[in-house]
Design a protein around this ligand. Structure first.
Ligand code: PMP
Length: 316
């Protein structure tokens, strides 16, 4: 289902009017950066909750900074634009939100400086990113992750997603659901569009933020839930390829995939080949958290609509 509106060139317009020229710099050179945010519908409360919007917009503005973009926006002002947009759409279901900063100048000449910067955003009803959510089959990609000194993976830079597209298509055409990408020095980085975690000896391990990964917001969420709620130790350290073959559990996480357990890596079964105990508990907790069902983490859930029950009761 397509959205009806977009935020485009400073205001909300019908989606048909949100169009750019073939001469746009970002289209020609990949000079853009994007975000991916989810909003979850909570039927009990009749409320749509955006998950950690300030953290997402903060990262977007950092990506913009890497691309020498200059915006007067703050994470809070972008959050408010998003709330306006979602209210205009009047969504009462799960939603995926795509904010995008881009070099909008029309013309030829590859560079970052002396170009016009624009921000656009649209939101559409969500669908699952991966149809299979548990025990997916994964291979180590023949492609390597972009290096921080080539195109920084920490910025969600549009041009760098050619790397992700090469990884994903190779994996799918070879019969896998996803792939794990190694860094230039041969260590585990992440998936094509998700962060990677594994369990060894009961400890959860994930590559550090200087291992050519995106600094995922789901990654941060998962680390908090594992330590604060589940009492599981999380270690950020370099992971060797062969450690993948002896892990007890492994999973991908990200806004799109949410949490997906890995059942097989390079034809070696991970654990029992289905979702292991740590990932099972984590997934259940995560879905409660994003839907606003855990009071301890309600600060991560940004409500979209005014509280209709509160309005009714105060009107009495
Ligand atoms: N790594 C890459 C390369 C991604 O594209 C994504 C999706 N945004 C992630 C990790 C997960 O990040 P997040 O949890 O912030 O969505």
């Amino acid at each position: 289902m397509a959205p009806q509106f977009a935020f485009f060139e400073g205001r909300i317009v019908p989606i048909e009017q949100a169009k750019i020229s073939v001469m746009t710099h970002a289209l020609n050179y990949g000079t853009a950066a994007f975000g991916g945010i989810r909003a979850y519908w909570n039927d009990d409360e009749h409320q749509l909750f955006v998950f950690r919007p300030l953290d997402h917009f903060d990262r977007l503005l950092r990506s913009a900074r890497i691309l020498m973009m200059d915006f007067a926006y703050t994470p809070e002002s972008l959050r408010d634009l998003l709330l306006d947009l979602l209210r205009r759409e009047d969504y009462r279901q799960d939603v995926y939100i795509r904010p995008l900063v881009y070099k909008a100048t029309e013309g030829i000449g590859v560079r970052l400086h002396d170009l016009k910067d624009e921000f656009t955003m649209f939101a559409l009803p969500h669908s699952d990113y991966l149809t299979k959510q548990e025990g997916i089959r994964v291979a180590v990609s023949s492609w390597r992750r972009v290096d921080d000194n080539s195109i920084p993976a920490r910025g969600k830079i549009s041009g760098a997603y050619v790397n992700s597209a090469l990884v994903k298509t190779e994996a799918v055409l070879n019969g896998y659901e996803e792939a794990i990408v190694l860094s230039q020095d041969g260590h585990v980085a992440e998936g094509s569009a998700e962060n990677f975690f594994m369990v060894r000896n009961g400890i959860v391990i994930t590559p550090p933020i200087n291992a050519d990964i995106l600094e995922g917001i789901t990654r941060r969420t998962v680390m908090t839930l594992l330590t604060e709620v589940m009492g599981v130790q999380v270690v950020e350290r370099t992971i060797d390829r062969t450690e993948l073959y002896i892990a007890e559990e492994a999973f991908f996480c990200g806004t799109g995939v949410q949490i997906v357990s890995i059942g097989e890596i390079d034809h070696r079964t991970v654990g029992t080949g289905t979702t292991g105990p740590i990932v099972r508990q984590l997934r259940a907790l995560f879905f409660d958290v994003v839907r606003g069902k855990i009071p301890q983490y309600r600060q991560w859930n940004q409500p979209v609509y005014v509280d209709e029950h509160a309005v009714i009761s105060s009107a009495r």
